[in-house]
Design a protein around this ligand. Sequence first.
Ligand code: ADP
Length: 181
Amino acid sequence: MAGTSIKIGSAVIEVVQGDITRQDTQAVVNAANEQLAPGGGVAGAIHKAAGPQLWEECRTLGGCKTGQAKITRGYQLPAEYVIHTVGPVYSNTPQNAIDLASCYHESLLLAKNHDIESIAFPAISTGVFGYPVAAAADIALQTVIAFLKEHGQPRWVRFVLFGENDYLVFERALLNLAKKG
Ligand code: ADP
């Protein structure tokens, strides 16, 4: 899979174009809704690929609040775990940025606490939830870089963008942040 990567200490952040359901990372992140229900977009694709057992587990979890994260098994997915996080519905308020950063931070914290070595994220909130991609990319990458500088793990963080334009936006943001150090 072609992509661009940078190193933060001994950890790697990679940006690729692809399908989140096909990733061989130990965990994949679901851009979930508060009910943790199948729905459309990333959530629909993940539930379809994982099979009905994923929804059976999700329905026992009591939902998930915006900016929070919960973990399940991956069932039929190549990934062992799914980390479900609920992004903000974009309304151009400062709270949106805080909530989006929290999604990435809380997901990484769950991964670290489960000794997960590799994780793949979609572009949370940039689909149905309407977050502008360039702003979302900066928040996503800055939050991951800060987390890896502090914790050094997971060792491998991959961003998986579905469309070419979103891929190019994330790639540019990654290279700009790498330049700034
Ligand atoms: P949200 O409700 O958080 O906005 P969506 O699932 O609607 O989440 O979309 C989030 C982003 O994920 C969008 O950019 C969308 O194009 C992208 N996307 C949709 N399906 C997939 C997939 N199978 N793999 C990776 N990204 C996907």
